[in-house]
Design a protein around this ligand. Structure first.
Ligand code: 5RP
Length: 284
């Protein structure tokens, strides 16, 4: 039996193949704690996956977490590649952040000579775009954009979204607002009837952490500080336990708390088109 070296699983980013290989070593050896850490690390790599959901799948002998992860990954790729159809010659394309958008960037690289450049929503996406030789421009220089392509953590039937699982919500909201058409690319796990199961991310000025935490608690949520600093040098509070029946009202209310930079509710300016990478693919 191969020995699983702890340093192998200390990495914070584990690709699907690496996860599958390590899992096949760890599980038969009965190393439950190591396995749970492996799942948790994989879920860090992909914020749309929750360790508890993966472990629940594990208890079901008819499906495996690997199968679930592979299906979600495939759905993201399908949605991202479909979004390329909205890119027209000479466009400057707004580009979001996250694992679904990573597939979009890969697809965009194939047609990079056709576009005039991109505006990026995060340092991560900027690095990925530049690695592909795609120009990244300043939104102040480009003016309004025709197209923005980004993912979401949850999407309701009105195309209102929760975003910010990757911590880029402020720049994402700026680009969404500056864009004529927001094409949202999701896997089917993101579709919900009522927003709020995914903890609502809020970017906050560091000195306002306690004040904002108290205000959010009054609204019925349980804010948890994320171990993360945004590209803008701020903190993120993830608010658990909200049932968001009035997304537009809650977005306005939270944005009005002093110290809040942005709430990850995209309701006042929702998505225009949603591409869900299900089988068959759905565009609505
Ligand atoms: C980043 C975001 C992402 O769009 C959201 O977290 C979805 O990410 P993924 O495509 O990895 O599931 O809002 O701030």
């Amino acid at each position: 039996m191969a020995v699983v070296k702890p340093h192998l699983i200390r990495r914070r980013t584990i690709c699907a193949t690496h996860f599958r290989d390590l899992r096949n070593l760890v599980r038969p050896a009965g190393r439950r704690t190591v396995y749970m850490k492996l799942v948790a690390d994989y879920c860090l790599h992909d914020p749309s996956l929750r360790p508890t959901a993966v472990w629940e799948q594990e208890r079901n002998e008819h499906s495996s977490p690997c199968a679930m992860i592979a299906a979600v990954t495939e759905a993201k790729r399908i949605a991202a590649e479909k979004a390329i159809e909205y890119v027209q010659d000479g466009m400057i394309v707004g580009v979001g952040t996250g694992s679904t958008v990573a597939y979009f960037i890969d697809a965009l690289a194939q047609i990079k000579d056709k576009i005039a450049g991109t505006v990026s929503s995060s340092e991560n996406s900027t690095a990925k775009l530049r690695a592909h030789g795609i120009d990244v421009l300043d939104l102040n220089e480009t003016g309004p954009l025709s197209l923005y392509v980004d993912g979401a953590d949850e999407c309701d039937p009105n195309k209102c979204l929760i975003k910010g699982g990757g911590g880029a919500l402020t720049r994402e909201k700026i680009i969404a607002e500056a864009s004529e058409t927001y094409v949202c690319i999701i896997d089917p796990s993101k579709r919900v009837d009522v927003l709020g199961k995914f903890p609502l991310p809020i970017e906050v000025i560091p000195m306002a952490r306690s004040l904002v935490t108290r205000e959010l608690t009054k609204l019925g949520g349980e804010p948890i500080l994320r171990d993360f600093t945004t590209d803008n040098g701020n903190i993120i509070l993830d608010v658990h336990g909200l049932q968001i029946s009035d997304p537009v009202g809650l977005e306005r209310e939270i944005n009005a708390i002093p110290g809040v930079v942005t709430v990850g509710l995209f309701a006042r300016r929702p998505a225009d088109i949603v591409i869900e990478g299900s089988e068959p693919i759905q565009v609505w």
